[in-house]
Design a protein around this ligand. Sequence first.
Ligand code: ZN
Length: 304
Amino acid sequence: MSMMKRWHMALVVVVSLLVLAGAYLFVQARSIEVEKLSEDLFVLRGFGGNTAVLRTDLGAVVVDTMTLPLQGERIRAIARELTGSETIMIINTHYHLDHTHGNPAFEPGTRVLSTERTLSHLNVLDRGFWSEDSAALLPNETFTDRHTLSVGGKTIDLIHPGPGHTDGDLVVVFKDEQTIHMGDLLFNHHYPNIDLEAGGTVTGWPSTLQNVLNLDFDRVLPGHGATTDRAGIVQFQTFLEQLAETGRQAVANSWNLDQTLANAPLTADEGYEPIVFIVSLGLDRTFVITRTWEEATGNFKRLN
Ligand SMILES: [Zn+2]
């Protein structure tokens, strides 16, 4: 075989592999599983944060929209199938792209709710995505601490219980279903992202969870992981308290990062798994201890 032919064949193989990989990613990204929690409340699971869909007499309410506009299209279609009507309201629990980048697939003019801090983070920390057409699906109804909604016969409380994952997260209380969606204030048996740059905090997170535990509910949707209950929040709170203790010991003993990783008094993460989408996203034990050490020693910079 001539050199040229061999090169050509290699190129064909590489291009074919790339096309296959692209098709695989496309199929993976489009695949969404539905869990029915009650007659009117559903959880959608796919690449990104967990989405909730609530049926009301006026239309569907969607909480978080995953990672890609093409997923937003799927969520919109599934919400229509499940509820028999269009989406009239989106609630974004916080600004991260795996909870918001599906927004642009919805009808411009849809009510989009978030905290003021989340809108600020979207505009400052993710400005590239939210320019031009996408800007029509930015939050257009914001609040600081608490916002109560009556929508088509359902009552929904939106509560900012304090800082943790970022400084702008909200909890959605579906009053009629005795269920809350906690966004990324709760990772269920997964290591959490801790966004110090956007006001997240390990030390403040446990008391924020206490504020959530003081609310009235039975069932709990985490931002990532399986549906759980109060005990799931308490378990994650214990994990965060141990992390916060790690930070205190690091400062008290002047540990560098390696010493902190080696000596961290962290046991409540038994059974925790790093989140994987085809490959690990890097949210593991080393990551959370590193972030804790950075917060405790001031080795990070607030970006907004
Ligand atoms: Zn997040």
